[in-house]
Structures are given as structure tokens and as C-alpha cells.
Design a protein around this ligand. Structure first.
Ligand SMILES: [Zn+2]
Length: 90
């Protein structure tokens, strides 16, 4: 009896562990993607890759937060009224 119980529980543990591992892998991939993607505070809703924006100098540091822009025109626009555009990201 004891042996039979152990086999059953060990089998269940194996079955439940696999789906958890698979979903964790997917979550990590999604997190990695979302981590590099933000949206432009000037053109709200425009997706911006942080790495691409930094490499092109399309970002500003304002009040301890970094803002990334979708195109070169958004930087000067942000500078003209940073508080207004920063509020778009909250
Ligand atoms: Zn833009």
C-alpha cells in the first residue's frame, strides 16, 4: 500500500511539474520582450524599443525617469513641455 501510494504521488508530481516549467519559460520570454518595449510619451501609443531609442539618442532623463521617443521629432517636443508629456506615461 505504501509503495503504491508513493508511486502514484511521484507520478502526479512529475505531471504537474512539466506544465509549470513550460509556462514559466513563456512568461520569461514575454517579460524580456516587454522589458525593452515602452511607448513614446509624445506620440502616445507608439511602441518604442528602448535599445533602439538609446542607440539613436532618442531619450531624455526627466525627474529620475527615462523617456524614450519613437522618432527624432519627439525629443524637442518633449523638451518644450516635459511635465505634460511625462504625465502621458503614468
Ligand atoms: Zn515620435
Amino acid at each position: 500500500m505504501t509503495t503504491s501510494d508513493q508511486v502514484t504521488s511521484s507520478c502526479c508530481n512529475t505531471n504537474s511539474a512539466d506544465p509549470v516549467d513550460a509556462s514559466q519559460g513563456r512568461e520569461n520570454l514575454l517579460t524580456g520582450t516587454n522589458d525593452d518595449t515602452t511607448s513614446c510619451p509624445v506620440m502616445v501609443g507608439s511602441p518604442v524599443s528602448k535599445a533602439a531609442a538609446v542607440s539613436r539618442g532618442l531619450f531624455r532623463d526627466y525627474e529620475d525617469q527615462r523617456y524614450y521617443f519613437c522618432c527624432a521629432g519627439c525629443g524637442p517636443t518633449f523638451d518644450s513641455d516635459p511635465a505634460k508629456y511625462a504625465a502621458n506615461m503614468i
